[in-house]
Design a protein around this ligand. Structure first.
Ligand code: ATP
Length: 239
């Protein structure tokens, strides 16, 4: 994998125009527009049921029942809230599952080492802790060298400390790989700690779109951080 290499990617990893998706009578996405720039870390917030996962699934090409235009980088990868590992394959094999050619263990090991799981290569998924399973899922995404990494609440099932560590890891991996990331999250602080840009969905579209120019590493106590958190919570109707 392209460890330490910032790949030159010029095309936008996602361009969405007039995207609509309905389930029966209910319109979940309503003529939504979105551009994601190369290497940009975008956090997507919004109340439960507003359509965040629906949008992510469409970008991952897991749902094609849509109207509108969607162009997404061919090299994309997804990690979900539940790691979805195959219990009958060893951890390393899970990482390279679905890649063309013979399962490449060396490649899997490199990816697992990158997420701090060099010691878990040969075990079965059932012995992994929740945080380890989630990191395996990240390794599986990164081994595909994506231009766009789609993350659907990847940390929400983790305890607070493991979650902080996983957030830090994602920040580091993003810096190293230079891929664009779309992170669906409920957590305003997580969005403000990690993202370059924060989106809030509202009535089936992007209702709020803000580029963050906060210096990194971010500090939760920083006055600008505190002000942004209040602004976002107000947007989300949590005042
Ligand atoms: N396959 C489906 N069939 C019917 N309705 C669906 C389907 N998938 C999603 N929905 C509905 O679409 C709406 C948006 O769901 P979605 O999972 O995208 O929301 P979300 O913003 O990700 O929510 P949460 O934050 O709770 O995960 C919900 O009302 C949901 O019930």
């Amino acid at each position: 994998m392209a460890t330490g290499v910032q790949r030159e990617v010029t095309a936008k990893p996602a361009v969405v125009r007039g995207l609509s998706r309905s389930f029966g009578e209910r319109t979940v996405l309503d003529r939504l527009d979105l551009d994601i720039e190369p290497g940009q870390f975008v956090a997507l917030l919004g109340p439960s049921g507003c359509g965040k996962s629906t949008l992510l699934r469409i970008l991952a090409d897991l749902d094609q029942e849509v109207t509108g235009d969607v162009e997404v980088a061919e090299r994309r990868a997804v990690a979900f809230q539940a790691p979805r590992l195959m219990p009958w394959k060893r951890v390393w094999h899970n990482v390279v599952l679905g890649l063309p050619g013979r399962p490449d263990k060396q490649r899997a090991v490199a990816a697992l080492e990158e997420v701090g799981l060099g010691h878990r290569v040969d075990v079965w998924p059932k012995v992994l802790s929740g945080g380890e399973a989630q990191r395996t899922s990240l390794a599986r995404a990164l081994v595909r060298e994506p231009d766009l990494l789609l993350l659907d609440e990847p940390f929400s099932a983790l305890d607070a400390l493991t979650r902080l560590k996983a957030q830090h890891l994602v920040g580091e991996l993003w810096k190293r790989h230079g891929c664009a990331i779309l992170l669906v999250t409920h957590d305003v602080e997580e969005a403000l700690l990690l993202a370059d840009r924060v989106l809030v969905m509202h009535e089936g579209r992007i209702g709020y779109d803000r580029v963050l120019d906060l210096p990194r590493p971010r500090e939760v106590g920083d006055p600008e951080f505190v002000a942004l958190r209040a602004e976002l919570l107000a947007r989300l109707g949590v005042e």
